[in-house]
Every structure is written in C-alpha cells, then in structure tokens.
Design a protein around this ligand. Sequence first.
Ligand code: PLP
Length: 369
Amino acid sequence: MSCDFLSLANSGVQKLHPYQAGKPTDELERELGITDIVKLASNENPLGLAPSVKGALQNELTELTRYPDANGYYLKKALADKYAIEIEQVTLGNGSNDLLELIARAFVSRDDEVMYAEHAFVVYPLVTQAIGAKAVVVPAKDYGHDLVAMANAITAQTKLIFIANPNNPTGTFLEQEAIHAFLSKVPSDVLVVLDEAYFEYATASRRGNAIEWINEFPNLIVSRTFSKAYGLAGLRVGYAISHPDIADILNRVRQPFNCNALALKAAETVLNDEEYLQKSVALNNQGMDDLSAFFTDNNLDFIASMGNFITVDVGKSGDEVYQALLQQGVIVRPITGYGLANHLRISIGTQAENQRFKEALTTVLNLES
Ligand SMILES: *Cc1c(COP(=O)(O)O)cnc(C)c1O
C-alpha cells in the first residue's frame, strides 16, 4: 500500500499551492491549432534577447563542461562597480525569487511573523508558508502598500517584511520619502526586503536609489532582477544588495552553483548594454501610453503602473475574459488569486502585440472602438 506522502510533508508545505505560471505559448498553440499566439502574461521583455548577449553566450558555450564560478565574481564586480558598493554586499540568485526564498529560509523560524501587503507578489506568501511561519497580510490602500498600516502592524514577532516597489500585479509605486519614513519606524532587528524587480522601468526622477540607504538602515535588503528590463527571464538571475553581514549569511545558505555559467555571462554582458536597456524602457513607455489611452477611451478603469504591465478592471469575471481572450490567441494573466477577481494583468508587448490585444479585448468585451 502506498503511503500518504502529503501527511509526511511539513505542515506549511501541506497547505501550499504551486505557483501558477503564465500559460506557455506552445501549449495554447497545441490546444487551438493556431500559431500566431501573443503572450502578454509573464511580464517578459518583448524586445527579444540583447544582441550583445547572443555573442557572449556563443563564446561561453565551450566552457559549459566546467562548473560555473561559485562566487560569480565578475558579475558581482560589475554590480559593485555600477552601484558603487562593495562586492561583499552582493548575493546572486537563480532569479530574484531564489533570493526571496533564501532570505526567508535563512532568517525566519516558525514562531516568527512575515509581513506583506494585500495584492502583493505571490512569492511572499509562498515562501512564508513553506517555512510554516505566520503571515501578516496588511490591507492594501489604493491597490498598493499602506506603509503606515504596515509600520503599525509590526510586533515583537515580526522578523521579515516584504515590500514590492513597483508592486506586481498592481504596478503601484511608493515614493522614496514614504519608504524612507517607513524604514525609520522599523526596529533594526526586523529585516525589510525591498523587491525592485521593475526598478529600471520606474521613472528615473522618482525611483531614487534605495541601495544608498543601506548604511543608514543595515536591516534593508534590496533585490533586483535581470528577468524584466534586461530580458533574461529564461536564464534565471537576480541579485540582492545588503549589509555584508547579511550577504555572508545568505551566501552560507545559498547553493554554491545557483547561478549557471550562461546566466552569469549574460547578466554581466547586458548590465553594461545601456542601449538595450534604454530601448526596453522606451518600448515599454510607448506601450504603456498606448494601452492606457485605449482603456481610457473605453471607460475601463486601470491601475496606474510603473512596471512593464498594466492591470485593468474588465467589469466582470477576469477568469472568463481571460478564457475568451485565449480563444482569440491572446494570453494575459487573470489575478483572482491576488484577490482581484474582475481585473486582468497585461504585460506590455511590442506595438504589434499590443494591437492584437486591443483587438481581442474589443471583440471579447464588445467595445465600441
Ligand atoms: C518578476 C518578479 C520577481 C523576480 O523574478 P525572477 O525572474 O525570479 O528574478 C520578483 N519580484 C516581483 C515583484 C516580480 O514581479
């Protein structure tokens, strides 16, 4: 007789639901028997791989019989130079999700509380539950983080606070003064992760540079990724910048080869490719304006976004509209699981992809335009 393995799993894991990724394009192609599918579901960079990265990866192929550099020295050095920090402050991850999990696993015990906002990024509840720690979910304000309420919700048990800025899936943005005021209220033995996966897309004059606050607030960890504006989602590489003592702890828990050789090389290369980054951001700004205007013209409420996606109230079940859009060959992201049952999240695509989405939504919702 087979054993009930679920009962063997730790209690947090028993209640865990797997991460729901965006539907893969080839899966929908097989289902519908059509080929021109548009995927605007996973906040990927629509520009395609940076040409500079293609060349660098080609050269790296001959090295793949070797283990990667366990310390990721060259990538860390490039990050340290770019942000004027010490190499000892950098921790590399297999995507920044790896780091979010690493931070929780290294610091949080079952008796601790982990705090995050309603509608905040799904990885925060996932890593909290996997440990079996107590989640403290603070109600959102205007779909975003209510930092005043979050500061008030801190208890003696609070160990870790996740803040996504901009937030996914709402795209909401916190101004620098608000974050600084919040950090001033957090006890020095409570860790704050500022998850800046969409940093490069946020308006330069408003996003500041939270890394500069680490001296003032050594309990602050800033995480960023190469998956979005740098266009390397498939390679999985992200980084955390923190006080060196925190990085030292994270590096003890980290798998020694958590970043593979191609990922290290690609990230190091694209980090210096200013032209690719600027093109990515410009394309995103253009698409954001396009979709915002489309929603406004059609009286659809959307949440102003600083990311590479926009979340819109479709006025009825988002799951149903999502299914209907699939039939039109357009994959977007329903976000019922985030407590937003009438919203859909649309990643900004190329001009042609955005056009396809607008046409599909016009058909599905019977819009006038
Ligand atoms: C996409 C995303 C990440 C990171 O993704 P990785 O690919 O694991 O680097 C982290 N935080 C938020 C809020 C995101 O949307």
